[in-house]
Ligand binder design. Structure first.
Ligand code: NAP
Length: 313
């Protein structure tokens, strides 16, 4: 599997990343097998967040880390900044907190749950309307100087928010983790329909694709098979019949499943983004990993884009 240096740093990570948001209910043995197989397939980066399974995903992962995997052989990233009101884990009671103290405490919790001394990459999960970039910068300095975090990035940040935080810290922000896939290609739509009266022309992110290339920031695409905001997945959904037909047709010509073609579509974009897949099914993981061996043609790429219902003016 191809590896890239994240955001121009020394961090060399696979184009396909295994997301660990859904592993809380996996049986220990199955999870160990899943992670080991991912490593065999060339995946060396694993994505976490302190809120996944209320910390249970990081705890589960640590069991595999202590018993089966050499920490130095993999890269671990996690996120913080989404918290709950005291004594609640209800989604309605969530709010965002990127204060210095909360970031520092969160990282201690993440390291304890994962059973490791350091994170290769810490990301701030979502922009906090009340954030003070000077405080974030202080937290990053403390975490880096103490050896707890080696690199930093952001997640779900608009380009101007990204630049705002970057201006206040000397640590190069290497990643921005954002939703992207053929079912949710807002970043592409706004570019393809620029300066038209069509709905897709609405600029939701400030030009993340160009921003990432101009500033050497690696985009990480989360939930690659979803459409809408966790509305469902494109695979076999009747609303996406035409897309499924095209994914299958192109998949047949390359020996790929529909999932793998959808990932190859993301990897084909010249911004060199990573794809964070969240499957808990090891055979699906094996199929998807094959996406890394295929480069879609321009014609195939646009055929998939249009079959998903996105128009070209
Ligand atoms: N930064 C953020 O705000 C943010 C937000 C969300 C997610 N993430 C990260 O992104 C990762 C991936 O997110 P995700 O899990 O939502 O992405 P995903 O890979 O698009 O979706 C995975 C889900 O889709 C199911 N699925 C995939 N293909 C299928 C098929 N052909 N038939 C039936 N079911 C299928 C999987 O089931 P199986 O398990 O059976 O394969 C799994 O439940 C997460 O683990 C997390 O690390 C980040």
């Amino acid at each position: 599997m191809e590896k890239i240096k994240l955001g121009g740093s020394s961090l060399e990570a696979s184009r396909i990343v295994l997301g660990c948001m859904r592993i809380a209910d996996m049986e220990d043995r199955a999870l160990a097998k899943h992670i080991n197989r991912a490593i065999e397939l060339g995946i060396n980066l694993f994505d976490h967040a302190d809120i996944y399974g209320d910390g249970e995903c990081e705890r589960k992962f640590s069991k595999v880390l202590t018993s089966e995997v050499n920490r130095e052989d993999i890269l671990l990233q996690s996120k913080c900044g989404i918290r709950h009101a005291v004594d609640s884990n209800r989604k309605e009671d969530q709010y965002y907190d990127l204060s210095k103290d909360y970031i520092l405490d969160s990282v201690d919790g993440i390291l304890a749950r994962l059973g490791t001394d350091y994170l290769d990459l810490l990301m701030l999960h979502r922009p906090d309307a009340l954030m003070e970039p000077g405080e974030i910068a202080e937290a990053f300095d403390r975490l880096h100087d103490s050896g707890k975090v080696r690199h930093f990035g952001l997640s779900n940040f608009h380009t101007t928010q990204f630049d705002f935080v970057q201006k206040h810290t000397d640590h190069k922000l290497v990643t921005n983790q954002v939703q992207f896939g053929v079912g949710a290609p807002h970043m592409i739509n706004s570019r393809m329909q620029a300066n038209t009266p069509f709905e897709g022309a609405g600029d939701r992110d400030g030009g993340l694709l160009e921003h990432s290339r101009l500033n050497d920031v690696t985009l990480q695409a989360w939930s690659p098979f979803h459409y809408g905001y966790f509305e469902g997945i494109i695979m076999d959904d009747p609303k996406y019949r035409a897309l499924n037909d095209v994914l299958e047709d192109i998949g047949n010509s390359h020996g790929l499943t529909k999932n793998a073609v959808a990932v190859a579509w993301i990897l084909r974009h010249p911004s060199n983004m990573q794809t964070i897949i969240g499957t808990t099914n090891t055979s699906r993981l094996e199929d998807i990993a094959k996406a890394g061996n295929v480069t879609l043609s321009r014609e195939e790429w646009y055929r998939i884009y249009k079959a998903a219902g996105h128009m070209l003016p």
